[in-house]
Design a protein around this ligand. Sequence first.
Ligand SMILES: [Zn+2]
Length: 315
Amino acid sequence: MLNIHHILQCPDCQNPIHTKANNYHCLACNREFDVEEGIPVLLPKNFSGEEAAEADFHSAIAASWEEENQMESEHVRSVHMRFLAHLFELKQDSLILEVGCGTGWDGIQLARRGMQVVETDISVGMLQVANMTATREGFHERVCHIGATADTLPFADESFDAVFCAAALHHFDDPACYLREMHRIIKVGGLVVIGAEPSGWFGVLLRRYLGLKKVLSSAQHAPGDESAHGFSPKKFRQLATSAGLDVVAIQADWYSIGFAHYAIGPISKLLRLKHRPPIPLGIERFLISFDKLIARIPLAQHVPWLCSLIAVRKH
Ligand SMILES: [Zn+2]
């Protein structure tokens, strides 16, 4: 495991966590933390019912998550690689934190490029899948996994060179609070990357769709998605500024390919297919190229399906 014991902090009383072998103990408030299959679970005592529901939902879908979300498809990969590119530029062995890591796909890409990655999630089931993948890919000494909530990260101030989260911020009820916490744990000059979030208009559409789906069936979706609002460039700027961050870039992704990606789920359900089929490669490549043309239209920057925020801690 990565040597990060010196930066671990109790989520309840903010004092250092004492670690010995596989034992995690806060000497100040005397709390002992669970370790599940080698993963320290540093969740705060006041872990809410809503957070527990979100954690249970994600643990239940962990095994099939990457396949269902088509992580290896060209159009999903390209969005992740585009926001990860900002982190690839950091110097070798930079210590990067991922908040809400899910199955850890992004962390593996960073480890491949010589970074050290700490991955956190509230779902221990997701962390177990991420841990198995990191071990299988030979990165268990570069990537480690910790159970944690995004609003009480169990790390000391200014511990990391960068922090990122991918398609996770819209699951949090108060994004400003989470950005302030990310600001706290990175060094001055550190990078914050918020990748692949639903855009403003997509957030509205998503809520309507999920609301309708809830009425019509008992279909499964993450509790956090029900209240997702999405992020416009203006909202991203406000959030970054209120957290003491300076915006480096706001990236827009997916136009026509977004329709294909989101239509394929309901269509495969209508056809009663067991798994969501991939978009045929020819169509996928055509739509990706077409989107590059759409992206040149200035107005298009305001209506993508997804957008990413790149910011830096100045003070
Ligand atoms: Zn404590």
